[in-house]
Design a protein around this ligand. Structure first.
Ligand code: S3P
Length: 164
């Protein structure tokens, strides 16, 4: 399974819980980028801009997508065409788009210094979110509302993943 969605949609929390439940490894593309390139996302943005980060993110996604694992991705992964197509065309994983009303997302991310794109103020971040919605739908098999309790999110994902 692969989880996509905006910053603050709960991808990491949900992926960790699913990994435990399904006894599969948990992989986070943000963590893998940092590990592989030996630096932080923040400093990649500072040195190479967003486009440098997106290329690295794609390389990591490509190298991980064959793994049997629960993969959680960075919120903007679908803004890079090759990554978006790779997600959509992959046959190994179902892709779940985790979504929550924007106001809730913003409250969760607005003060996080490790997320360079969250620090632009409410309107700009909302425009970013709205501009990405089509791409999240394009790249995913299912949309999951993550504004409710975690247990309901997990049940729904596992039900959809088993094809019931
Ligand atoms: C980003 C989301 C972040 C991280 C980077 C860029 C984005 O991941 O990849 O800061 O463009 O939305 P999370 O969604 O895990 O915060």
């Amino acid at each position: 399974m692969i989880l996509i969605g905006f910053m603050g949609s709960g991808k990491t929390t949900v992926a960790e819980a699913l990994a435990q439940e399904m006894k599969q490894p948990f992989i986070d593309t943000d963590e893998e980028v940092e590990k592989q390139y030996g630096t932080t996302i923040k400093s990649i943005f500072e040195r190479e801009g967003e486009s440098g980060f997106r290329q690295k993110e794609y390389v990591i996604l490509k190298s991980l997508i064959q793994e049997e694992a629960i993969i959680s991705t960075g919120g903007g992964i679908i803004t890079y065409d090759d990554s978006k197509k790779l997600l959509r065309d992959n046959t190994q994983h179902k892709v779940f788009f985790l979504n929550t009303p924007f106001d809730i997302l913003y409250e969760r991310i607005k003060d996080d210094p490790s997320r360079p794109l969250a620090a632009q103020g409410f309107q700009k971040v909302r425009t970013l979110y709205e501009g990405r919605l089509n791409a999240y739908h394009f790249a995913s098999d299912h949309t999951i509302d993550t504004s409710g309790p975690l247990i309901l999110t997990l049940d729904e994902i596992m039900r959809l993943n088993s094809g019931l």
